[in-house]
Design a protein around this ligand. Structure first.
Ligand SMILES: [Zn+2]
Length: 158
């Protein structure tokens, strides 16, 4: 597992860190070495969310998100975005390529492993498919999360 992925796992909500660590390890075993999974984004602060939300609205650029601060599961540390790193150097968002020739697209192998642990894939959403995105099924409602109290490290108390 690469150091960026490890660092990002350490900032997720404390209740899912061990689980995500296991998921990533399991994905890497399943992909057998040519492609490795990397978390490109985990926790996103409310400030970072507002900056993203401004893109394509009050700032130039393409719209990349539907919600402002507090309206993304990333804001609570229950979502991750991934890419694949090929041969330890090239980042790939190809969701159909079968790098390990086992007849299942590597991306989809990861989707299945996340699903086994109760994580939804943004690729299954009806509108605005978000292919790199996974979120914990139990905590995928920002309206509920936004009402919870937070601990001293700013994580919601479950
Ligand atoms: Zn995401």
């Amino acid at each position: 597992m690469d150091k960026y992925t490890k660092q990002r796992i350490q900032k997720l909500h404390p209740s899912v860190r061990d689980e995500v660590y296991k998921i990533i390890e399991e994905c890497n075993i399943s992909l057998t070495g040519k492609a490795k999974i990397r978390i490109t984004q985990g926790l996103r602060t409310f400030e970072e969310q507002d900056e993203l939300y401004a893109l394509g609205r009050t700032k130039p650029g393409k719209k990349v998100t539907n919600g402002n601060a507090g309206k993304s599961i990333h804001n609570y540390g229950f979502a991750v975005d991934i890419c694949l790193i090929i041969d330890d150097k090239i980042a790939s968002w190809d969701t159909v390529k079968d790098w390990d020739n086992d007849t299942i697209a590597d991306w989809y192998e990861c989707v299945k492993i996340f699903a086994k642990y109760g994580w939804n894939w943004g690729g299954n959403w009806k509108n605005f498919k978000d292919l790199p995105h996974f979120e914990k099924k139990e905590y995928n409602n920002w309206r509920k999360l936004s009402k919870l109290k937070k601990d001293k490290n700013d994580y919601v108390i479950l």
